[in-house]
Ligand binder design. Structure first.
Ligand code: DNO
Length: 356
């Protein structure tokens, strides 16, 4: 496994490449061209500029999170093919820069959703949290404003302010999109990019829906073992794979993360590892990475990943805000560095004990 950190790029992240380089065992980053709108072409010179910056800091780009998908592709509207063409050019340019792993999501309107970006815990740290009762009382526009005004001045991924002005329109375009239709549109997209991915050895690793159930009446299709199976069978080819995100899939306690890893092992290309605390149905707080801090058995998760032969990039996911750090919620340096170190400790122990 390659330990990485997510990095949003200079000017978009409070964390620097120099800091990431100093986290023991972290050899790469998962990054993006953060200012690109869904559907826009990524040109080769700008990709190479990013790559050089990362490599000059002694790190490697292990993958992109995310190349976002234009809504017309998700809704299957007439202009979808034009945006798929753009996506293909971006994939080809990334491959020219020797980048072959793409994390993306197929969630309508919103990417991830939380009811709070800074819920205070007993030790004074703050975490992202979700409470379905609170979400049910908020309308989508209000939550957009709340997320943006509580993000410490950073633009949160998936919550770009320019989307707010279009929110009513966006909901309108999704009004007839059932989960079956959404899956059909995803399969259409994957079939169209299949040849490009195969020719360029690109792995598409879809990110699960977060939380793992429909929010604001919008369909969610990558949220359980059965639904992941439908997608992987729908385009049954190696390039069509999964990002294992423990926090997203695990938001629903009915999802057995280790079983999901065992079932889809060979089609998991990227892993987001974090822990959370379940309170009751639809109610959870994010936590530190340690098993003892949340509801997941992190040792079992890492061991299962190891036993499937997973050798791709792994990254600690959302961290708590600690030690007074001001950063994008979930994406500060300190707690993610602790997370990386803890995960590296688990990996070392698992590797050594498996060889005995
Ligand atoms: C949130 C992230 C998501 C993820 C996208 C992948 O913190 O896990 O924004 O990057 O869904 O496309």
């Amino acid at each position: 496994m390659k330990m990485t950190l997510r990095w949003f790029g200079s000017g978009h992240d409070s964390v620097t490449l120099e800091q990431i380089r100093q986290i023991p065992g972290v050899t790469g980053v998962i990054t993006t061209l953060y200012n690109k709108q869904p559907g826009e072409v990524w040109n080769l010179p700008e990709i190479l500029e990013l790559k050089n910056e990362v490599e000059n800091a002694g790190l490697k780009i292990e993958g992109i999170e995310s190349v976002n998908i234009h809504d017309s592709i998700k809704t299957g509207s007439p202009e979808k093919d034009k945006y798929i063409e753009n996506y293909i050019i971006t994939l080809e340019n990334l491959a020219k820069a020797d980048i072959h792993l793409i994390c993306y999501n197929f969630m309508p309107v919103f990417d991830w959703t939380r009811s709070s970006l800074a819920k205070k815990r007993a030790d004074g740290s703050t975490v992202l949290s979700y409470d379905q009762d609170l979400i049910d009382k908020i309308n989508p526009e209000t939550i957009f404003n709340e997320i943006n005004s509580n993000s410490n001045g950073f633009t949160m991924p998936g919550w770009e302010p320019e989307r707010l002005s279009k929110i009513k329109e966006l909901f309108e375009t999704y009004k007839d999109i059932t989960s079956e239709k959404l899956l059909e549109n995803l399969i259409y997209f994957l079939n169209k990019i299949k040849d490009t991915c195969k020719k360029n050895n690109i792995k598409m690793a879809i990110h699960p829906d977060d939380p793992a159930w429909p929010v604001f009446g919008l369909p969610r299709i990558i949220n359980s073992k059965e639904n992941i199976q439908k997608l992987l069978d729908g385009v049954n080819d190696d390039f069509n794979g999964l990002t294992l995100c423990t926090g997203s899939l695990g938001s629903n306690p009915e999802n057995d993360i280790c079983d999901i890893i065992k079932t889809f092992g060979k089609r998991i290309y990227f892993a987001h590892i974090r822990n959370l605390i379940h309170h009751s149905k639809g109610k959870f707080d994010e936590a530190a990475h340690l098993s003892s801090d949340g509801s997941f058995d992190m040792y079992e998760i890492m061991k299962t990943l190891y036993e499937t032969g997973f050798s791709g990039p792994v990254r600690p996911d959302h961290g708590r805000a600690i030690w007074g750090e001001v950063a994008m919620p979930g994406y500060g340096l300190y707690d993610r560095a602790l997370g990386a170190t803890y995960l590296n400790g688990l990996i070392e122990a698992i590797e050594k004990s498996s060889k005995k």
